[in-house]
Design a protein around this ligand. Structure first.
Ligand code: SIN
Length: 190
């Protein structure tokens, strides 16, 4: 698989022709919503956990020294909290470019946190274990050290992690993986 998923995503036309669709964000899409949206609501999805297992060659690292960013990993019974955005289908095109380093648009059922039993089908950008930038599991200390050392065109990798931890904290979401990594970086001199 190549490192640029833009064209694969353009062929994923599930919501084309719709007036609007829901996008579920669980990483930078929670704290960096620099795209137009009509509405946003805290939401969660079932059966997935957030993990810093995806390499970043284009935003928070380089091809020679990739950073680590969030993806979703299947875990039966788990719940992953994030943010749902109501967007127009044409907003997906620039997001495909932003998420091009291994993420593919997948269809997911998202559940809104602010209304009981309210759910909708939506799109999530998911970087699976077979994508070329996938780094996979590593000890938390090793992941934290890689994040602490990495920089890319979008800035320091540590800022991605600490911004995500702060956004989850604001949402009242507990995420042991993210908070354990953030604590390791907080303790370091930068
Ligand atoms: C997401 O935030 O939903 C996808 C991964 C990222 O852009 O950090």
């Amino acid at each position: 698989m190549t490192l640029d998923t833009t064209h694969d995503n353009r062929r994923r036309t599930h919501f084309s022709g719709h007036d609007a669709l829901w996008l579920f964000g669980y990483g930078s899409l929670i704290w960096k919503a620099d795209f137009p949206y009509r509405e946003r609501r805290p939401a969660h999805i079932h059966g997935w956990v957030r993990r810093f297992w995806q390499g970043s060659h284009d935003h928070r690292g380089t091809p020679e020294a990739p950073g680590r960013v969030a993806t979703l990993v299947r875990q039966p019974g788990a719940i992953c909290h994030g943010m749902a955005y109501r967007i127009a289908p044409e907003v997906l095109a620039p997001l495909d470019v932003r998420e091009k380093n291994g993420y593919l648009r997948e269809i997911v059922r998202l559940h809104f946190d602010d209304a009981e039993n309210a759910s909708a089908e939506g799109v999530v950008y998911l970087a699976g274990p077979d994508n070329a930038a996938f780094l996979g599991e590593a000890p938390l200390d090793a992941i934290a050290a890689q994040i602490a050392a990495s920089h890319g065109p979008s800035g320091a990798n540590r800022d991605y992690l600490l911004n995500l931890a702060a956004a989850l904290n604001d949402l009242g979401v507990e995420d042991d993986h993210v908070f354990a990594l953030a604590n390791r970086l907080d303790g370091e001199a930068c």
